[in-house]
Design a protein around this ligand. Structure first.
Ligand SMILES: [Zn+2]
Length: 127
């Protein structure tokens, strides 16, 4: 399943970053999903909650933010966010909101990225 492999990739990336920074715990993970990444945020959240079990990410607060699709229209010169009216579809059609041209360049919104993670280091602990 698409969401599962995506969730696995996210957790791998978070754990790697956490390890590199000597984290004892990950307290927060912020994820950005492009509207065209074809990821269902609820499914992704569920997969993540399963995958973090027994890891240092287990108690992290997971923020998932959907980001809009940014386009460039060669036809009318429009640059900005495309309007996707059929968000439930797995292959939404993207067109220019100004001239309805469908042969546009998609600049952003296709990826799923880990934007930020917050970790706790041993030094942060009070004793
Ligand atoms: Zn246009």
């Amino acid at each position: 399943m698409h969401e599962l492999s995506m969730a696995q990739g996210i957790i791998d990336a978070v754990l790697k970053t956490a390890e590199e920074n000597d984290a004892v715990e990950v307290t927060e993970v912020s994820i950005e999903i492009g509207r065209l990444a074809m990821i269902n945020p609820e499914q992704l959240r569920f997969m993540l909650s399963v995958l973090v079990e027994n890891t240092i990410v287990e108690n992290a607060k997971i923020e998932i933010e959907e980001i809009p699709v940014e386009i460039d229209c060669p036809e009318c010169g429009f640059h900005g966010n495309a309007i996707l009216d059929d968000l439930d579809h797995y292959a939404p059609m993207v067109s220019c909101p100004k001239c309805d041209n469908k042969r546009i360049s998609i600049l952003n919104g296709k990826d799923c990225i880990v934007k930020n993670i917050v970790i706790e280091k041993p030094d942060d602990k009070e004793d």
